[in-house]
Design a binder for this molecule. Structure first.
Ligand code: NAD
Length: 398
């Protein structure tokens, strides 16, 4: 079989000769008891770069020993890209949300042999899920592999935005010492109302991690958490996103991107937020309206916006979120720490081992299966596609 693997570029200075840490901490299980990936074997050293082209997710030996062909590229946007050309006779495509190969309907229809799209990470909105269902292409992801990585990033961003870390760090780096400049937008998080839109694996973890800061915790989700968890974390449940955003100082967005959540935070919803609130969005860029966010930061309706997700990716050089005031954006990194890479590389291998041995893939990993939403897909997504406009990714200039 032919496996096309689309990964982000190597470091500009080449692959590292050594790493900051020699080993990774050992994690036995995910917080709800689900086991970490269980491939029969791995051919990589956990803690090394695996998500870039030369890292190859540690898959080459495994695939070539079994007689398969592996094509790895980072050239993914436009009809002339290597990925678009290699797709036409591929059986399996592997891509990552950090550097998504947008599998639009047109691309899926250009690949008659395509059987499965694997997301080496979490979040499969870069695939036209409706087209995958229509053409019986399975879509799977490595559920839980980086949910905790992301919730750590959310805590970092809540603290850094509310306390205005970026301004203070810039003053320190530039040789300055004006304390008043450094603190004129700086607050404590203690006592604030913090809410998550969705309390799935990431949202719930973010709530748990924020609890010790003595804040008031809120959530909205289409699936209500158990009474035990609501009591343990003293959660206020909201039955609408409008009700949540009206009372929260900080709103963190943790839903997948699908037709119900696309453009959810538009001008209207942002105008219903508590004045001066902060948004932390590590879910997907397209859940927030690009221009509405920038305008709200200009007007003061929002005090800050941070996250690591953009639309499209890579974000065009002139994307307004690169230059709007009071933002704390990173490129899409929260779910691809070296720690997370080891888990999603192992999870991708587990999925491939199951596929080649004709064994069932874990239910939790399924988004689309047998022409319908399945597993985590049935729980967390709605039918349709969120890939429109992805061709704009071509505008990124190196
Ligand atoms: P999850 O499946 O555990 O949780 C998703 C939650 O969203 C579920 O509880 C579901 O009920 C809820 N939900 C779905 N649609 C909703 C709607 N319309 N209204 C309210 N709630 C809704 O997934 P997770 O592990 O928590 O990940 C969530 C998302 O975060 C992913 O789909 C992905 O888009 C994003 N993510 C980003 C990164 C990153 O690197 N920045 C990494 C992992 C995941």
């Amino acid at each position: 079989m032919k496996i096309l693997c689309v990964l982000y570029d190597d470091p500009t200075t080449g692959m590292p000769e050594s790493y900051a840490l020699e080993t990774l901490p050992v994690i036995e299980k995910y917080p709800d008891g689900m086991t970490l990936p269980t491939p029969e074997k791995i051919d990589f050293k956990p803690g090394e770069l695996l998500g870039c082209v030369s890292g190859e997710l540690g898959l080459r030996k495994f695939l070539e020993d079994a007689g398969h062909t592996l094509v790895v590229t980072s050239d993914k946007d436009g009809d002339d890209s290597v990925a678009a050309k290699e797709l036409v006779d591929a059986d399996i495509v592997i891509s990552q949300p950090f550097w998504p190969f947008y599998l639009t309907r047109q691309r899926i229809e250009s690949a008659p042999k395509l059987k499965m799209a694997i997301t080496a990470g979490i979040g499969s909105d870069h695939v036209d899920l409706q087209a995958a269902m229509d053409h019986n292409v399975d879509v799977v992801e490595v559920t839980y592999c980086n949910s905790i990585s992301v919730s750590e990033h959310i805590v970092m961003m809540i603290l850094s935005m509310v306390r205005d870390y970026h301004t203070q760090h810039a003053i320190a780096k530039s040789g300055g010492w004006n304390i008043a400049d450094a603190v004129k937008r700086s607050y404590d998080v203690e006592g604030m109302h913090i809410g998550t839109v969705a309390a799935g694996r990431i949202g719930l973890s973010a709530l748990r991690k924020m609890k010790p800061f003595d804040v008031h915790l809120h959530y909205f989700d289409r699936h209500r958490l158990s009474a035990d968890i609501e009591e343990e974390l003293n959660l206020t449940f909201h039955d609408s996103v409008e009700s949540l955003v009206a009372v929260c100082d900080v709103v963190t967005i943790n839903t997948p991107l699908h037709p119900e959540t696309e453009n959810l935070f538009d001008e209207v919803l942002i105008s219903k937020m508590k004045k001066g609130a902060y948004i932390i969005n590590t879910a997907r860029g397209k859940i927030c309206n690009r221009e509405a966010v920038a305008a709200a930061l200009e007007s003061g309706q929002l005090s800050g916006y941070a996250g690591d997700v953009w639309f499209p990716q890579p974000a065009p050089n002139d994307h307004i979120w690169r230059t709007m005031p009071h933002h704390g954006m990173t490129p899409h990194t929260s779910g691809t720490t070296l720690s997370a890479q080891a888990r999603y590389a192992a999870g991708t291998r587990e999925i491939l081992e199951c596929f080649f041995a004709d064994k069932p893939i874990r239910d939790e990993y399924l988004i689309v299966h047998g022409g319908d939403l399945a597993g985590t897909g049935a729980h967390s997504y709605s039918k349709g596609s969120a890939t429109s406009g992805s061709e704009e990714a071509q505008n990124y200039k190196k």
